[in-house]
Design a protein around this ligand. Structure first.
Ligand SMILES: C[S@@+](CC[C@H](N)C(=O)[O-])C[C@H]1O[C@@H](n2cnc3c(N)ncnc32)[C@H](O)[C@@H]1O
Length: 387
């Protein structure tokens, strides 16, 4: 067996046993751990082939020959000639630099993008369905947000390490996904890994020193760190549903040199009026809600392949419940910043409409933040105020 046949059959083996339960990168890690004889080049090749298969979404999902679908995915997702395709499909390898549309027509694709992402009728109207569906063929960039005016110093280190990068703004840098950023920039307080669209959410913050802010679904604190970088003078409370999640936040805040904040564990499906924060009132609440994550599936295309539509409703119920609950602790004149990394109307515009109807808050600004033109995630963020 040649090396290329070996790679293709190992990728097929993985696809045949993988069921979507674990995130694919975890599954691959476990798979390779049991095969220590595979070198890093082998692992990289096999992983890429597996990802190419899932990047096709639902396109040719009925194709029974897994290797054929992997090769099609490789042809569509890669943009430079490679030895594997040269071995199996030299006629495609020759044409690998053609625009995506031409490559698709070589593969006799009829242009119905619903074949890639079947739930396109459910996405927000401000998202370009074609661009969004085709974006799955491209791996998004790794983005960092530089902190403490360290952009210049970070760029110098990236150049010294011969890293390919693009400075997207004064504090956002796009890198290839394989960049080992932590070995190049060893001081963790200089940057945060944060998607470009997530960084744009910060445009809704308008924070002032002395204000009380509550990041109520804080997870490891990505939005909170951005908030504190914009306005270190805010009084911040963070909460999440499990203590293990807040442990990660504490570690990340420590590395970011953020010490002044309070934290509390809260399940926001239970009334906040019966919780340890019942007497608090906030100028601003960030609700970065639990969601399908569909705007980030370019990074985890296995979710596109295995997703079941019913979970959209489950998330919508949870989002409505949490939003209605937390708004009770908002001061008059205060704002709720409602955020998801979903592309579905049900989790975005419909929840905002529900918040307006149920609580009297009024939308002020924001909406969909598309990422497909910049190899970033797509998100939704809206600021609503209590009149
Ligand atoms: C999208 S993540 C937040 C991401 C975070 N804001 C950031 O920027 O890194 C949503 C968070 O909501 C939390 N969550 C889910 N259900 C919850 C509940 N019932 N009460 C409180 N938090 C909940 C999850 O644990 C998760 O950390």
């Amino acid at each position: 067996m040649t090396r290329w046949e070996n790679y293709l059959s190992t990728a097929e083996e993985i696809i045949l046993v993988y069921d979507g339960e674990l995130p694919l990168h975890h599954f691959l890690k476990g798979f390779f751990k049991q095969r220590p004889f595979m070198g890093s080049r082998d692992r990289r090749w096999v992983s890429q082939l597996v990802y190419h298969y899932y990047r096709l979404g639902h396109l040719w999902k009925d194709e029974r020959a897994v290797p054929e679908r992997i090769l099609k995915g490789t042809f569509l997702c890669e943009s430079s000639a490679n030895e594997l395709l040269q071995f199996f499909r030299p006629e495609w390898n020759e044409k690998i630099q053609l625009p995506l549309a031409e490559k698709l027509s070589i593969l006799s694709f009829d242009g119905d993008v619903k074949d890639i992402f079947p739930l396109l009728s459910l996405i927000s109207e401000d998202i370009d369905a074609d661009k969004f569906a085709y974006s799955f063929f491209t791996q998004p960039y790794l983005f960092i947000r530089t902190r403490n005016k360290k952009q210049g110093a970070v760029i110098k280190l990236l150049e010294a390490a011969n890293t390919t990068f693009t400075a997207v703004s004064n504090d956002a840098i796009a890198l290839s996904n394989s960049t080992k950023i932590d070995t190049i920039i060893t001081d963790k307080s200089w940057y945060e890994i944060q998607d470009l669209s997530s960084q744009k959410v910060g445009n809704l913050f308008h924070a002032k020193a002395g204000e009380t802010w509550w990041d109520c679904c804080a997870a490891s604190g990505g939005k909170s760190i951005m908030l504190m970088d914009k306005e270190p003078g805010v009084k911040l409370l963070v909460s999440d549903v499990r203590s293990s999640i807040l442990q990660n936040l504490h570690q990340r805040f420590k590395e970011a040199n953020i010490r002044s904040y309070e934290d509390v564990i809260l399940d926001l499906t239970s009334p906040v009026t019966n919780s340890p924060v019942a007497d608090r009132r906030f100028d601003q609440i960030i609700l970065d809600a639990p969601c399908t994550g569909s705007g980030t599936w370019g990074r985890s295309p296995e979710n596109l392949y295995y997703f079941s539509e019913e979970s959209i409703d489950t998330y919508q119920d949870l989002q409505k419940r949490i939003a209605e609950n937390v708004v009770q602790l908002l001061k008059p004149g205060g704002s709720l910043i409602y955020i998801t990394c979903s592309v579905f109307k049900k989790e975005n515009e419909e929840v905002v409409q529900y918040i307006e109807e149920k609580t009297g808050l009024k939308k002020q600004e924001g909406g969909v933040i598309t990422g497909y033109e910049e190899k970033a995630d797509s998100m939704f963020a809206v600021r609503l105020t209590k009149v």
